[in-house]
Write a protein that binds this ligand. Structure first.
Ligand code: SAM
Length: 299
C-alpha cells in the first residue's frame, strides 16, 4: 500500500521515510514501561487527526509522539503547529526529521507530560488549540483528570481527541446505573461532551497491547451546569463512589455528619446509591457543599 507509513517500499504522502524504516533505523524498540504501542497505519492516524476539526490556524498539543506516526498525520492534515511532549529521548532524531520537513511547525519538548506547564508551552500561540494523543495508558487517566480540572474554565483547548484503553473510554462515557459509571464519567460529562468515535483492535498497534482501544473526542462545555467547584465535585464523587454499594446517607458521612440535610437540600433520596445519581445531581450536591463551606480537603 502506498498510502501507509508502515510500507517499506511505497512512497509516503509527506515524502519522509516509512515509519517502519524510521523505527528500524533509530532502533526504537517499543518499551513497555513507557506504554509504547505505535500506530503505523496512516488511515487510522489520519482519521484521528481529522477528528480534531478544521485544521486552519489550529495548534495541536500532542503527548507522546514517539516515532511520529500521529504527528505526521496531523501535519499532513494541515495543522498549523504541533507542540509535543515526549519522554523518550531515543525519539529525538526521528522527530527532528519531521521538524525539518515542516519548518517552524513542530516543537518537541523532552520530558514528562505529567510535569508539563501547558500555558508556558503555549506561550505566544494564537488560534484554536486541540489536545490529540495516542496516550501512554499508564498515565492516561491522570493526564485526563488534569485537563478536565483546568482552571479557569472554559480551558485553553477547544477539544481533545484521545486514545484510551477501551475500558477507560467506556467509563468516560458511562451512564448512571451502569457498572462503568463512576468519578471519571461524572467529571468528564460535567465539563465536556465525550463521545467514542473509533474502536481499535489490539492488532492495530505495533506491538499489540493486551487490550482493545478506543478514541474519545471531548467537546468542552462553555458553562458546565450546575456550576460548582472541581474540588467539591471531586470530594463528593470520591465519597460516594468510594463506597458505591452503600446508600448515600452512609457514604457521604465522610463529608458531613448529617448527609440527609445535604441530600434533602439537593432534592435527592438518602437511600439512593452513587450510581443512581445523574451528573447534574452530583454537581448540585457539590454546589451546596461550596455554599455551605463544608471544610475543604486536598483532593
Ligand atoms: N504517538 C505514537 C503513536 O501513536 O504511534 C506513540 C504512542 S505510544 C502509545 C505513547 C507515547 O508516549 C510513547 O512515545 C512514550 O514514549 C510516550 N510517553 C510515555 N509516558 C510519557 C510521559 N509521562 N510523558 C510524555 N510522553 C510519554
Amino acid at each position: 500500500m502506498s498510502d501507509d507509513f508502515s510500507s517499506v517500499k511505497g512512497a509516503t504522502p509527506d515524502g519522509l521515510p516509512p515509519l517502519r524504516d524510521v523505527i528500524d533505523r533509530y532502533e526504537l524498540r517499543a518499551k513497555k514501561s513507557l506504554g509504547q504501542n505505535f500506530l503505523l497505519d496512516l488511515n487510522i492516524t489520519r482519521r484521528i487527526a481529522r477528528a480534531c476539526g478544521d485544521m486552519r490556524g489550529r495548534t495541536i498539543v500532542e503527548v507522546g509522539p514517539g516515532p511520529g506516526g500521529l504527528t505526521r498525520a496531523l501535519l499532513i492534515e494541515g495543522a498549523e503547529r504541533v507542540i509535543a511532549v515526549e519522554r523518550d529521548e531515543r525519539c529525538r532524531p526521528a522527530l527532528a526529521e519531521i521538524a525539518d520537513r515542516y519548518p517552524g511547525k513542530l516543537n518537541v519538548h523532552f520530558g514528562d507530560a505529567l510535569d508539563a506547564d501547558w500555558s508556558a508551552l503555549l506561550a505566544g500561540v494564537t488560534g484554536p488549540v486541540t489536545i490529540a494523543a495516542n496516550l501512554p495508558y499508564g498515565v492516561a487517566s491522570v493526564l485526563l483528570a488534569g485537563w478536565l480540572g483546568t482552571e479557569p474554565w472554559p480551558p485553553w483547548f477547544d477539544g481533545m481527541v484521545l486514545m484510551f484503553q477501551r475500558e477507560v473510554a467506556d467509563r468516560i462515557v458511562a451512564e448512571p446505573n451502569t457498572k462503568a459509571y463512576g468519578r471519571l464519567s461524572v467529571l468528564s460529562q460535567w465539563r465536556t461532551e465525550p463521545r467514542i468515535i473509533m474502536n481499535l483492535p489490539a492488532e492495530a498497534f505495533t506491538p499489540p497491547p493486551k487490550v482493545t482501544s478506543a478514541v474519545v473526542a471531548f467537546k468542552p462545555r462553555r458553562a458546565p451546569a450546575p456550576a460548582c467547584s472541581v474540588n467539591a465535585l471531586s470530594r463528593v464523587t470520591q465519597a460516594a463512589f468510594g463506597q458505591r454499594r452503600k446508600m448515600l446517607r452512609a457514604s457521604l458521612k465522610q463529608l458531613t455528619p448529617m448527609p440527609e440535610l445535604l441530600l434533602n437540600e439537593a432534592g435527592l433520596t438518602p437511600t439512593d446509591r452513587a450510581e443512581d445519581l445523574t451528573v447534574s445531581d452530583f454537581a448540585a450536591l457539590a454546589a451546596i457543599i461550596d455554599r455551605s463551606g463544608v471544610q475543604k480537603t486536598k483532593t
